[in-house]
Design a protein around this ligand. Structure first.
Ligand code: DC
Length: 231
């Protein structure tokens, strides 16, 4: 494929397969894949473990006060073909996708100081291009000049079923209703928050994958990628 190493921004709703799609694209192009949701989840996990969240209520000032103590980095894990996330040197990849973290992450990610810190790290990681970054505000705030912006969505129940299968396969004790409620309430919170709400960038192209296989999504991507890089 083309040698020009562009920035590919992927935004969209919760649990619509953004990370799976982004990871597949990155491996096809030899790009770095950055899952920005993992960064918001890692801050949320830290806040949960350090007393800034009680009974699901996020204490904003306590989260803000601990931000300087949180050092986030990614390290490539060849077994997964993607990078694992570390907080202060501890591997937290396996702990950030629980329903407990999912239920608090929208509140944590609406805190201005959290976004300022994480957006700065993301901009640094992507500045040389050759990255596929997925999140909620990549095409609108983090990289408004990204060469290729994709806005992903899928039917909410289809997304809940996919996430439910993932969680129960890991042994998590959740119900489909609970997962569906989380998916819908996160969409609402992500789209209505004051700072950098989830919205489609004007120049983003929409991918609704409700009834598409991963292969069909990759074929769709190849067409769009070639259109952008001009080959
Ligand atoms: O992609 P995900 O579901 O793992 O993201 C978890 C949460 O993090 C999501 O509900 C909203 C927040 N998030 C965000 O506000 N901005 C991003 N760029 C990525 C995620």
């Amino acid at each position: 494929m083309d040698n020009k190493r562009i920035i590919i921004a992927i935004d969209g709703h919760s649990s619509c397969g953004k990370s799976t799609f982004a990871k597949a694209i990155a491996s096809r192009l030899g790009y770095i894949f950055i899952d920005t949701g993992a960064m918001y989840r890692a801050v949320t996990l830290y806040a949960l473990e350090h007393g800034a969240i009680h009974s699901g209520i996020v204490e904003e000032s306590a989260v803000e006060a601990m931000l300087d103590d949180i050092d986030i980095d990614f390290r490539f894990n060849p077994a997964r073909g993607a990078s694992d996330i570390y907080v202060n040197g501890d591997l937290v990849e396996g702990k950030i996708r629980t329903i407990e973290v999912s239920n608090c992450v929208s509140a944590v990610s609406s805190i201005a100081a959290v976004r300022t810190k994480l957006v700065a790290i993301q901009q640094l990681m992507g500045q040389k291009g050759g990255v596929v970054m997925d999140g909620r505000d990549i095409g609108t705030t983090v990289f408004p000049d990204a060469e290729l912006k994709i806005y992903m969505t899928a039917d909410a129940m289809v997304r809940a079923e996919r996430r439910y299968r993932e969680l129960t396969a890991k042994g998590d004790d959740v119900t489909l209703e609970e997962v569906y409620r989380n998916v819908v309430s996160r969409d609402e919170a992500d789209m209505s928050r004051k700072i950098s709400p989830l919205r489609k960038a004007d120049d983003a192209i929409v991918l609704d994958n409700s009834s598409m296989s991963v292969e069909e999504q990759m074929a769709w991507f190849d067409r769009e990628y070639h259109r952008v890089v001009g080959k």
